[in-house]
Design a protein around this ligand. Structure first.
Ligand SMILES: [Zn+2]
Length: 447
């Protein structure tokens, strides 16, 4: 049985790589203005680096690499100081919504396939024993980061955390088309980590995925990142989402069929760079001293490869390399430290850890705020909060799209339920309404 699968796998692999190579010659790939180079399988592993360059050009307030890394080094120092005083660790849970974007039934991947991806993320980030995410080399760490599918949607209703979105778009062929789609369909990025599965085509053919790198916080003059908030999250090909180890499906694309694309892309979203530093010839820097310098992205599984004169074999098992899914199983301590800094400080990251959308506790009591609405939406000068039975909420807070609080009101009379929005700048806002131990977040637009 095993042998049969292996032979079938190899035959399929040869067939696929042959067809990708011929495809690669026909179709030049690019991401915005940046050319994308397919690997020997005809696949483009990741476009997060190119995406960050475009975000920086579109938004002059976004931190440059130098600014981000200066901030990161400062925060890492603080983190390591604090760690000396504190013992014990806490599990950090990131609530996820998976937007399954489909035009055909094959792209409308099953609940099981989605769940298998969440399972892989937990195995990899927790370095779980007995799973492919376990590392016995002594180089890998348990990040203590976990992922859960959301149980409550933005209106406070029960959800399975899978948002199925039919689209007439048969293929996403440009970065801009994906960015636009993301901004229309994103769930509150301060409360949910957003993942979209899509079908690529055209200049994005055979791309596995891309991510949005985090912003820093607390630097003078860099507080406003307007425009980047509604595209936050990661986008992944439906063929590379989930694990062929766990789900019997023929959508999976060899050799990236074990869910490591999401592990890699979320690594970027939490502040990690490619281990070769996106610069060839042993010149790149990923700002992690415990990932040896590497010459370039790895293809395949060349264990024992040593591409640079500096000390250390290439860490091809690292999730932030481009190796095949089957050979990845390491996040290092330095990588974890960067992720902790981002999770504790970065906009739309820090708030995920206090989000209650995965909490079972908040679901059964939702009756208290059931039926609570805001109108008109879009709002111009006034936004009204409508409650059932005249039962006033305790308070509400309004956040702009980058998570800054623009209002925080303790509700004592009905008059408090009319919000003067005339001074708000146009854009998307979230209002979080609290009563007892419940809360409900509703998105609204000011124009
Ligand atoms: Zn990448």
């Amino acid at each position: 049985m095993k042998r049969k699968i292996t032979l079938k796998g190899i035959a399929l692999a040869l067939l696929l790589s042959a067809s990708f190579i011929s495809n690669a010659q026909e179709q030049p790939r690019s991401f915005g203005k940046y050319p994308l180079e397919p690997n020997k399988y005809g696949i483009v592993r990741c476009a997060s680096y190119e995406n960050e360059l475009i975000l920086q050009q579109n938004n002059p307030k976004r931190a440059t690499e130098v600014q981000f890394e200066a901030w990161m080094q400062e925060k890492l120092k603080e983190l390591r100081e604090k760690r000396k005083q504190k013992s014990g660790n806490t599990i950090m849970t990131i609530p996820v919504v998976v937007h399954v974007v489909y035009n055909t039934s094959v792209q409308n991947i099953s609940d099981e396939q989605v769940q298998s991806q969440i399972d892989v993320l937990n195995e990899d980030y927790r370095m779980m024993a007995g799973t492919p995410g376990f590392d016995d080399s002594g180089l890998g760490v348990d990040t203590q980061i976990e992922f859960c599918l959301a149980k409550v949607d933005m209106e406070g209703n029960a959800t399975d955390g899978i948002d199925r979105l039919f689209t007439t778009t048969t293929q996403f062929t440009t970065r801009q088309s994906v960015e636009d789609f993301k901004s229309f369909t994103i769930w509150d990025p301060t409360q949910y980590f957003n993942i979209w599965t899509v079908n690529w085509g055209g200049e994005l053919s055979n791309l596995l995925g891309y991510s949005q790198f985090p912003s820093e916080s607390g630097l003078q003059g860099l507080a406003d990142y307007g425009g980047d908030d509604f595209t936050d999250g990661v986008v992944i090909s439906y063929k590379n989402f989930g694990s062929a180890n766990k789900v019997d499906s023929n959508v999976f694309q060899w050799p990236y069929q074990y869910g490591r694309t999401a592990t890699h892309e979320i690594g970027h979203a939490l502040g990690l760079r490619h281990i070769w530093g996106d610069d060839d010839n042993c010149q790149g820097n990923d700002y992690c001293a415990d990932t040896p310098v590497a010459n370039a992205a790895t293809q395949g599984c060349p264990l024992g490869q040593d591409s640079c004169p500096q000390v250390g074999l290439d860490m091809i098992q690292n999730y932030m390399d481009y190796s095949n899914d089957e050979c990845m199983h390491i996040f290092t301590q330095n990588q974890l430290d960067r992720m902790l800094v981002v999770l504790q400080n970065s906009p739309r990251r820090a708030s995920l850890l206090t989000s209650t959308v995965c909490g079972v506790a908040s679901t059964p009591d939702l009756q208290l705020l059931q039926g609570t609405k805001v109108y008109p939406n879009p709002a111009q000068n006034v936004l009204n909060i409508k409650v059932e039975n005249g039962d006033l909420p305790d308070n509400y807070a309004i956040y702009n799209s980058i998570g800054q609080t623009v209002a925080n009101v303790k509700v004592t009379t009905e008059a408090n339920l009319t919000v003067d929005t005339s001074a708000y700048s146009n854009g998307i806002y979230f209002i979080k309404i609290d009563k007892g131990n419940e809360s409900k977040t509703i998105k609204f637009i000011k124009n």
